[in-house]
Design a binder for this molecule. Structure first.
Ligand code: Q46
Ligand code: ZN
Ligand code: ZN
Length: 351
């Protein structure tokens, strides 16, 4: 097996690209795929301050590594979820990566800072663990990005993740979700810009990237993921991909090129007519944490209450963990005002 670029011995085959690569050219391939996604969807500009949501797994560490190698100013954010046998170890990987490269890692720990963990919080709120986890992470990611005056929040979602979500949304024709399934979500009042630079790389690619770059990552999956329907969608897509390489990528990229705008147009039309999501006039703010909300308390603060935690402990902890910079609050306020005038979308459904 020879590298398609240099004809040296190849270490990996990328069947969807009908290509084999040596180590150097595979690493370059990953960098190019990320750069192409960033350019194509206008995800980042070179001067952006970037916050990367880091779990300690292969995808988030790969994207952080790729971004800093591309010259972006990128800090990491790790949220400890208090999941036994998972959270402590994943934090070790995130910290080790940051230390090895001299990068800044902001840490928030749910049990310490908010008084609850995901398993007990989910039970108390009678919700699936991943649902309680999603609410918690979205809130904390958004808050940290805004309070830290970051321009963009980056997540490590890859092609397999996005194709599986798309598959699930199509199976149930969840048109509102289809309208919002974009690799870039622009900033709006109370929410930072969010981007997914790894949409052109598969899980296998990011695992190989980490191995070739000697990045130690958490291999074990979160124990709460058992039974998660997206795992089933991934398996289904993998068996199709095995028989017909490139299908997964065609499915997702074809959606973005050919169908996404149609769902989006319908969704925006409904929103403008007031038949769907609340408009900016309906926007209120959580009376405890000031996050945008459709009720007096936002979904996160309601979850904290049900879980018997205390948001106030964590609110102070996040603020003190971020840059203590007087200009920062001015910048956040200015940005929030600018966004408020252009925002008409829902505020609590999560991005
Ligand atoms: S961490 Fe959280 Fe995932 Fe674990 S509880 Fe579910 S959502 S599976 S990415
Ligand atoms: Zn080569
Ligand atoms: Zn709140």
């Amino acid at each position: 097996m020879k590298c398609v670029v240099c004809r040296e011995s190849a270490v990996i085959d990328v069947r969807r690209a009908n290509s084999n690569f040596c180590s150097d050219h595979f690493l370059r391939f990953c960098q190019e795929q990320m750069s192409r996604a960033i350019r194509e969807f206008d995800m980042l500009s070179p001067t952006d301050r970037v916050l990367v949501a880091v779990s300690g797994g292969k995808d988030s560490l790969a994207v952080w590594d790729l971004l800093q190698r591309s010259g972006y100013e990128a800090d990491g954010l790790y949220v400890g979820l208090g999941i036994d046998g998972y959270s402590d170890t994943s934090g070790v990987y995130a910290r080790a990566f940051a230390e090895s490269r001299g990068l800044k890692l902001i840490e928030i720990d749910l049990p310490t800072d908010y008084g609850y963990d995901i398993p007990t919080g989910a039970r108390a709120a009678r919700r699936a663990p991943c649902s309680a986890c999603g609410t918690s992470k979205r809130h904390l990611f958004d808050k940290a990005a805004l309070e830290g005056s970051y321009d963009v929040l980056v997540t490590g979602h890859n092609l397999d993740d996005e194709a599986a979500v798309l598959f699930g949304n199509v199976l149930r024709w969840q048109t509102e979700y289809l309208a919002r399934q974009m690799p870039v979500l622009q900033a709006r009042v109370g929410f930072p810009k969010k981007v997914k630079p790894l949409i052109r790389l598969s899980e296998r690619d990011t695992a190989a990237y980490c191995i070739l770059q000697s990045i130690d990552y958490m291999v074990e999956e979160c124990p709460m993921s058992a039974g998660n329907k997206h795992l089933g969608y991934k398996e289904a897509l993998n068996s199709i991909e095995l028989a017909s390489p490139g299908t997964k990528s065609d499915f997702y990229s074809g959606f973005l090129r050919k169908a996404s705008a149609l769902f989006r147009a319908e969704y925006l039309e409904k929103s403008a007519a007031g038949r769907d999501s609340p408009s900016v006039e309906d926007l209120t703010y959580c009376e405890r944490c000031s996050a945008p909300s459709t009720a007096s308390l936002c979904a996160f603060c309601r979850l904290v209450d049900k879980a018997g935690g205390s948001a106030r402990v964590g609110e102070g902890r996040i603020a003190s963990g971020l840059e203590d910079n007087a200009a920062q609050s001015v910048r956040i306020t200015t940005r929030a005002e600018r966004l408020a005038s252009s925002t008409t979308r829902e505020v609590e459904a999560g991005q």
